[in-house]
Structure formats: structure tokens, C-alpha cells
Design a protein around this ligand. Sequence first.
Ligand SMILES: [Zn+2]
Ligand SMILES: [Zn+2]
Length: 435
Amino acid sequence: MSLFLSKHMNSPQNNITFTIHRGSHQIGGNCVELATANTKILVDCGLPLDFEEQPAEVQEKILEDAKEWTRDCDAIFLSHYHGDHYGLLREAPEGAKVYATKETANLMKVSGVFGEDLTKHLDVQPVADTVTVKDFRVTKYDVDHSALGACAFLFEVGDKRILYSGDIRLHGKKGVLYKNLPQNVDYLFLEGTNLGRSGRRKTEKDVENAFVEQISSNPDSLHLVWCSSQNIDRIVDLYRACGKTNRILGVDPYTAYILELVNQTHPSIPNKGYTGFQIYFPWYFTKRMIEKDKQLVYALRKGATKLEQNDLQVNPSKYVLVFRPKLLADLKNHLADTKVCLTNSIWAQYWEQDKPEINSMKAWLAEKPELRKKLPDIHTSGHADVASLQQIVEHIQPKLIVPIHTEHSEDFGPLFPKVEVLEVTDEVQYSIDAV
Ligand SMILES: [Zn+2]
Ligand SMILES: [Zn+2]
């Protein structure tokens, strides 16, 4: 097998090129172009994770690039609803055709709760199975990730088969889905977030058990759990842990809205009206939501069991709250004389971000040395560990691997000695030769 530049290509079947616009040497911000002479497809259109920390001129360049990459696309395929995979969609031209699973299409709407709905100008089509876009036949395969409805895509042109893993893991609730991925593909674009980080990852079941343990060993405390509202597996873990410890799970209106969207495709996931599920409406936070969309908040209130925040002080042992630093300003007063346990259920790196809400949270914790000392981490990664990556490759048996979504592409070679690994560079166009 060999790779050479597109000018050497002669038959339409061979004439497939790919360009990783971003993601060959960084985690997140994925954007990959697949093209033939008359078809241009984009796979993911992600915002770099460090976008907000960049100076204005760099941000401007990132937005300009995205405009260029999305111009004249026949279709954009999105693997899941994390911002580092769809956050630059705003730059796509009016009416651009976007394919995503129903869950992804639904959950991208949350971008409009506080900001701009990044997808409202686009023609978003739910992809159920296989679609044909000019030269490409594209099939989606559900995978497990910390985003509900995440998928991999198989792109076929003639007898060429290119599989894009998206973000994937084996230790989640549906980890076994990887066994449905197609085998013997020519190219596998494989994520490698956890390369350079050793160890087996905890399963979501381990996380649920750890929540039960943490709540049971601090029975008099109100439990605040810092987790992503979009991590549906985690919310389910917490809800189950609440059931086992006779607690009520309290969620803020943003989380409640996400769960309503999830409910459209997954009615069994906890939501408004479920036993042991209540919504708390922090004053400032809710005010901000009302300012943006009054109807949305009214609809959330309708039929909801409201958690009375004054009761947090009276009956702290009754509740577990889904929590984020942004909610602290609102909750502080209710927590002043309350015994509280805070649990991290997020990627530890979030603590290091220089954001006002994180800094306020650190300042708050500084006043509470007891709480700070006992801050447990109950979390697991949304990405495959090294052993899982090997299992995935063992199943797929690709002819060639292209590392993506990784800071350690150099580790792929030693990890997969039987497969050719092509380390590529962002913004270079490569051609896929006849295999
Ligand atoms: Zn990602
Ligand atoms: Zn992701």
C-alpha cells in the first residue's frame, strides 16, 4: 500500500483524498475532509477545546478557516454533540446539509439556551443507517462515548472503505457496540485521547457504585456532584445511586432541558415526572434562561416537581444535586450553614481553567478546608483506554490507521505493530491509493 499525492491519481475510484484540517495532533476540534473529484464531505466541525483561551486574532483565524472548510461541502457528518466536534457549525453556509443521529441533532439545540443555536441555519438530517452523497455511501455505526447517540461513520467509494471512529470507548454502558463496527476496512481514523495516559478506566457501573459509597458514608450531608449536564450516562448513574440511598436527585433547569430533549428518543432516561427527580430553579441562573427564552423555562416548570431550595438547609440528607461552578453564586446562601459534600465527576483538567466561575469555586473551597480535603474524584473517561484501543483494532483489522484526536500520535506505531500507521499533519492533503 502506498500513499501519494492526488496528481498521480487516474481512476475515479482511486481518486479519494483526505485532509485533516484539525485534530491530527490535538485532542478535540476535529475536522476532516474527504473528497473525490466531484464530492466534498466534512466529518465533524469541531471547536478547539482551548478556543476561549486564544487571543482574538487566533480566534478570528479559527472562524475564518471553518468558513473556508465548510464552503461548497456536499455534506457535513457529525459524530456526536460535543462542542469539539460540532462547535464551528455556525460558520457553515446557510442551508448546508448536515447529517447526524437523532440524539446528536436534538442535543445540539442546547447551544441555543444561553448562546446562539449553532444549527438553526442548517439543513440537519437525522441519519438512521446509510445515506448516499454523490460518490460516497455513508453508513453510521452507534458507538459508546460520553455523549448519547455518538456514532462512527463508514465512508465507501467503489470498493474503498474508510472508517472514522469518532470518540469511542469500551468501558461505558454500551461499550460492546464496538463489535458491530465493520471489519477489514482500508483506512481507520482512530481517536487516541488516552494515549500517554496509562491504566484501565473505571466502568460507569464502578462510578455508580462509588456514588452509592460516597453518599452512604456521608449520610448527613447534602451532596453536590459536579458533572456535565450533557453526560447522560453520568446523570443515570447518579439517579440510580439516589434510588439506592433514598435520595432525591435535584437538577437545574439547563440539565432538565437536556433531559427533555433526550426524552424524545430515550423515554426511559430520568426526566421530569420521574419518582425521586426534582428540578431546582436557582434565581440568577433561571433569570438568565428566562431572558433568553421565557417559554422554554415555563414549559420546564409545567408539571415538574420543584425542589424548594430552602429545604436544602432543613433536610440536607434528602438530596443530591447535579452541580456546576456556575450555580455556586446562586446556591451559596442556601449552603452557608449546611453540611455539604462536593464530588468531582468531571475531567480533572477543568479545575485548571482560568474562568471566573472556577476561580470563585476555588475561593469558596478555600473557606472550607474540611470540604476541600475530602474532595473525591468519581469519574471515568469518555474515551477508550489503551487496551481498549487494541481491542478495537483487533476487531476491525484495518489495513492502515490514521491517528486523530490525540496528543500522542507517535504512540500508535508501537501499539499496533501489525498494522501500518500513517502519522499525518494538519492541513496536508493525502490521497488514498488502491489497496
Ligand atoms: Zn472529542
Ligand atoms: Zn466527545
